[in-house]
Design a protein around this ligand. Structure first.
Ligand code: ADP
Ligand code: MG
Length: 892
């Protein structure tokens, strides 16, 4: 039950707020029952409301409810007369249509095109109608609608004496003959009585427009001070009002009548003292209504105004040769009524978007009361006598035009911010209580829904940090405010970390903005990076050691990484000197570039480096590159590779170079021996052939001379015998030499393999050395020095710069990042490494001191002593071959 009430409150408040405040974010319907969410909603509301309270201009919020379009109601009231022109004025049975028939003017002659018949269809013709009936017909609905928030305008139009004032005000001395105005006031107060649920306030004002001047007919009241400045018509989004016009609050009918009479009296007095004809002024009596519901939760209220307009006489005074004051009056009246007519014609024309309201005071003052959003009624007062027929026709034409005008009555709905805040505060308190009940039912004690203080926020920050470090497994959810604060603190921690990382990287690198095309094209021109921002020659942007982030990699915030890249490059440009841009190929330190290819097998290592250099089509050799000393200052331009290679062979690479040279000389020596053996074999073969030939010759001679046999044994001469011995000896020699040659060939093949491996290592070590000597940031050199935990060069720079990892961790990470088949192949390579470690143990055991291996730099750099085929290349071939030969001899 409580939940239902809560939800109801929640939804109603939400919908009010949603429409009034246009709350962003919205509330998910399925989540609305959750007490925590509800609490959060309240808190959001609280925020919104306090914002609203702070806002000076948010006192009132205006809303309107659009209605449907409807036509202006136009009525005709005929002044009672004993001399009614029955022949000329005829009413149809529908009580709406007036037919006017005019006798032809005989003076116009035989050919007379004068129009003589008119028909006007209106909303009702009021003939001999009582004041009561007129009010019921004309005004009752408009007034009652005003209390619902619709503006209304009732206007009397017609020539002087036709009964406009009688209709509007009535006979003030006779209650029965009172007009629309007092009746309207009566109705308003009656309706107020009938609506106890609403607090309705009534205010009135009485304005007179005479010769385009504004007069306040209620300014004579003692509490209204004399107006210092003349009244002006002011427009604002809420409508049109007369600045300086007194508006009087009337709490009861009697007060309202007093005000009406005061105005009427002033009107009459003015006509005497100012010598003005009251029928030549326009009078606008306005009743302002404001209706508020007495229900506290309803902040909505409606406002409206009823304009009761008694227009000046519409007769064309100009015709009657008036002069002086009368002429002036006539001019103004004609003007204002003609502007009123123009405005009404424009209002009736759907295509017109501009209505000339501001041409005169009358239309300007009535701007929001003519057409627009109000209920509008026109009473056209006419005479029934034949003598006034022309003016009657003119008045009826005006009425017909008015009938064409459509309006769209709209409720003037407003919201009282102050009242709304009060209501919401009440609602909030109620919902907090509701929430407390929910919490206690759910055994959630001590849940605080108030805004967090600094200590609580600091605690959340610490929780977030511990969570990120992994020392806190979970952050318990308490309420929505806490969840939001957790997110906030995540953001705070993240941005702090970003700043830290950025400042660390800034100290080390220069980054380039991806959008800084000038800088990018400059570095591309310099061959430093390719179009994607990768280092030139770098496979997949995974270059070792340089730490230049490719444009496409986004380790953190995109813009920040860009910046860093730019700075790194610009600072490197500073270091290298702007006039000597780096060659991309000189930077190329990746192993892929210096891998041995089959065609280069027999080539010298130096040749290969030179070839590498030549095919790279880069800058001319920097012949003046300084030689590297013990730890010489980094040269402004990295030396050309062939030059650097010479340095390398004399320094870091001297040992491997020496072994490589020795191995190579052994290989050459074996090749030479093989060649000599081949020559010897060929010579023996030739001699065998010759001996065989000689022997065959001897044999044939012997056969020709006759053979001697002794007891079945063939007797041969000495010469033949010697040839046979020689052949036998030669064949033996041949076999021995051939065996040697076969052994030599096997050795050569073996040696070739070792020399290749040795060469490969030499180049790899050179690349690493070259990279680290000229491109690894200098502050990292310390870590890479002998005795440092990291062996230079053998890991990506990104790994080197992340502190706090032990070697094994980094080893695992390296495995994961550099495995050729990606992380899925981890277990495969782990097993392989283990196997190789085992083998290395076997190698040391069996080779003993003589064959002690030097660990592969890869393993050594990770503090491991595993050795694979590499150490074999470090040894002189001679000792290996010796061992091999020993084994071979044993097996023979
Ligand atoms: P207007 O304001 O149009 O100039 P009034 O309302 O002053 O004309 O009317 C002129 C005279 O005619 C007044 O004396 C008024 O009492 C009288 N009169 C006008 N219409 C009626 C009516 N329907 N019944 C009785 N008297 C009327
Ligand atoms: Mg009048």
């Amino acid at each position: 039950m409580t939940t239902t009430i809560t939800s109801h409150h929640f939804l109603s408040t939400c919908s009010v707020l949603g429409s009034v405040l246009d709350l962003e974010g919205g509330f998910k319907r399925d989540k609305r029952h959750h007490p925590v969410l509800q609490a959060a909603c309240y808190l959001i509301w609280e925020l919104k409301l306090s914002q609203m309270m702070r806002s000076k201009n948010s006192n009132k919020h205006y809303f309107t409810k659009m209605g449907s379009r409807k036509k202006v109601h136009a009525f005709v009231r005929v002044r009672p007369t004993d001399d009614f022109a029955h022949e000329m004025i005829k009413y149809r049975d529908d009580n709406k249509t007036i037919d006017i028939h005019l006798k032809k003017d005989s003076r116009r002659g035989v050919v007379n095109n004068q129009q003589t018949d008119w028909s006007f269809k209106l909303d009702r013709v009021l003939h001999d109608a009582s004041q009561d009936l007129v009010y019921e017909t004309v005004a009752k609905d408009v007034v009652s609608q005003a209390l619902n928030g619709f503006n209304g305008t009732i206007m009397c139009y017609g020539q002087t004496g036709a009964g406009k004032t009688y209709t509007m005000t009535g006979a003030t001395e006779n209650y029965k003959h009172r007009g629309i105005l007092p009746r309207a006031l009566q109705q308003v107060f009656k309706m107020i009585e009938e609506r106890p649920t609403h607090a309705i306030t009534v205010r009135v004002s009485y304005l007179e427009i005479y010769n385009e001047s504004l007069f306040d007919l209620l300014s004579t009241l003692p509490y209204v001070g004399p107006s210092v400045t003349p009244m002006t018509i002011v427009e604002n989004p809420q409508g049109v009002f007369i600045k300086g016009l007194s508006v009087h609050l009337t709490s009861q009918e009697e007060d309202a009548f007093s005000l009406l009479f005061e105005g009427e009296t002033n009107r009459i007095i003015a006509s005497h003292t100012m010598n003005k004809n009251s029928s030549r002024s326009h009078c606008i009596f306005t009743i302002y209504v404001e209706a508020r519901s007495r229900t506290l939760s309803d902040e909505k209220y409606v406002t409206s105004k009823i304009n009761l307009v008694d227009l000046a006489g519409s007769e064309r005074l100009g015709k009657s040769r008036s002069e002086g004051r009368v002429l002036k009056e006539a001019t103004y009246i004609n003007k204002s009524l003609s502007f009123l007519e123009q405005a009404i014609i424009a209002l009736g024309d759907q295509k017109r978007d501009h209505i000339p309201f501001r041409q005169c005071k009358l239309t300007h003052a009535l701007k929001d009361s003519l057409g627009g959003n109000c209920n509008m009624v026109l009473v056209t007062n006419i005479y029934g006598e034949a003598a006034q027929l022309e003016e009657t026709l003119s008045s009826l034409r005006f009425a017909s035009r008015m009938k064409l005008v459509t309006t769209e009555p709209t409720i003037n709905e407003k919201y009282d911010a102050e009242r709304m805040v009060k209501n919401l505060e009440k609602e909030l308190a109620l919902l907090k209580q509701e929430l407390a009940i929910h919490d206690s039912l759910a055994n959630r004690t001590l849940v605080n829904y108030d805004p967090m203080d600094e200590i609580q926020i600091a605690e959340i920050n610490s929780q977030v940090r511990r969570y990120l470090e992994g020392t806190l497994e979970e952050i318990d959810i308490i309420n929505l405010r806490q969840i939001q604060e957790v997110f906030n603190q995540f953001r705070v921690v993240l941005s702090q970390q970003e700043q830290e990382v950025e400042s660390t990287l800034r100290r080390k690198y220069t980054l380039i903005d991806k959008n800084d095309y000038a800088a990018i094209s400059a570095v591309q021109k310099a061959g430093l990076v390719d179009a994607d921002g990768h280092l030139v020659g770098e496979p997949d942007g995974q270059g070792f050691g340089l730490g230049v982030a490719p444009f496409s990699t986004k380790p953190g915030k995109k813009s920040k990484s860009k910046k860093m890249f730019k700075e790194q490059l610009s600072s490197s440009a500073r270091k290298e000197g702007a006039s000597s841009p780096l060659s991309g190929k000189d930077l190329d330190v990746s192993t892929s570039k210096t891998q041995l290819t089959p065609s280069s097998k027999d080539g010298d290592v130096k040749d290969m480096v030179v070839r590498d250099r030549e095919t790279s089509n880069t800058e001319p050799l920097a012949s003046d590159s300084p030689k590297e000393e013990l730890r010489p200052p980094r040269p402004s331009t990295p030396p050309a590779k062939p030059v650097a290679f010479e340095d390398f062979k004399n320094e870091r690479g001297s040992e491997i170079n020496r072994i490589f040279k020795e191995n190579k000389s052994i290989l050459n020596e074996r090749r030479k021996r093989a060649s000599e053996t081949t020559q010897r074999i060929n010579a023996i073969k030739r001699e065998i052939d010759m001996t065989k030939e000689a022997l065959n010759l001897q044999k044939s001679l012997r056969e020709k001379q006759g053979e001697y046999e002794n007891k079945g044994l063939m007797i041969i001469d000495e010469e033949e015998f010697l040839l046979i011995l020689k052949l036998k000896d030669l064949k033996k020699q041949y076999r021995t030499e051939y065996q040697d040659l076969r052994d030599l060939r096997a050795e050569i093949q073996y040696c070739q393999h070792l020399v290749d491996q040795c060469r490969h290592r030499l180049l790899t070590e050179f690349d690493i050395w070259y990279n680290e000597s000229f491109f690894v940031p200098e502050d990292l050199q310390m870590a890479l020095k002998p005795g440092g935990s990291i062996r230079p060069g053998m890991m990506p720079l990104s790994k080197i710069v992340s502190p706090g990892e032990d070697d094994q961790d980094r080893f695992s990470q390296l495995q994961q990042t550099t495995l050729p088949e990606g992380p899925d192949s981890v277990s495969f390579y782990n097993a392989k490494v283990k196997m190789e470690q085992k083998e290395a143990g076997w190698g040391r055991q069996h080779l003993g001191g003589r064959m002690a291996c030097s660990p592969h730099p890869f393993w050594k750099s990770w503090g491991l002593s595993a050795c694979n085929s590499w150490p074999w290349t470090n040894k002189k071939l001679s000792c290996l071959l010796e061992k091999k030969n020993r084994r071979g001899r044993k097996s023979k």
